[in-house]
Design a protein around this ligand. Structure first.
Ligand code: SF4
Length: 193
């Protein structure tokens, strides 16, 4: 009685290795064979993770139409050598994401819900509150308690600034300029925290 199966039976001797899985013919369908990688043919643009001060380098893959297809770690970077932490690995979703909020959400004092407001309304409210707080808390001179000496300080301790790590270099520069010109001394950025 025959107890073994000849797996090579029916195989052409000149079948390419790529057309086999082990000793069997590769049965991938034509549709599967036609599939291409998401970044096939895309242009890789060197960029930087925006999230923290480590400054990991990335490769942003862009299609011919300028559409972002994927973001990966840059293997040529001496800082991250192609690796990205979980935040950096989510960079693609930061940019291409139809769930992302694009409108202002406002929660009034003591309210338990958010309301949608126009961006212009939010900017006006922030400007008015900054002006009111600065005028109420601005200190021009301060007396040193140990020496009694009067010193010019021109600052406010009533306002603090916390920048987001998704800020670019130019945005952080502008924020720093604005805050210092207002006399704000408590300036921090999430990228450094
Ligand atoms: S957030 Fe992560 S990937 Fe981005 S720069 Fe910092 S360590 Fe690198």
């Amino acid at each position: 009685m025959k107890t073994t199966i000849d797996l090579t039976a029916g195989l052409s001797a000149d079948l390419d290795i790529g057309e086999r899985i082990g000793m069997l013919p590769n049965v991938a369908s034509q549709r599967t064979k036609n599939l291409k990688g998401r970044i096939a043919g895309a242009k890789a643009v060197t960029s930087l993770c925006c999230y923290c001060a480590v400054g990991c380098s990335t490769l942003a893959y862009v299609s011919d139409e300028g559409r972002l297809l994927d973001v990966e770690g840059n293997p040529d970077s001496p800082i991250n050598e192609g690796h990205l932490c979980p935040k950096g690995s989510a960079l693609f979703g930061l940019t291409v994401n139809d769930q992302r909020w694009t409108t202002v959400k406002y929660r009034a004092p003591f309210s338990d819900r958010y309301e949608e407001r126009p961006l212009a309304w939010a900017l006006e409210r922030i400007a008015q509150l900054v002006k009111k707080t600065r005028e109420a808390t601005f200190v021009r001179e301060w007396t040193d308690p140990s020496s009694g000496e009067r010193k010019r300080v021109n600052h406010t301790l009533g306002i603090a600034s916390l920048g987001g790590a998704t800020f670019g270099i130019e945005e952080n520069y502008m924020l720093g300029k604005l805050m210092r010109s207002l006399g704000v001394v408590s300036i921090e950025n999430q990228a450094r925290i």
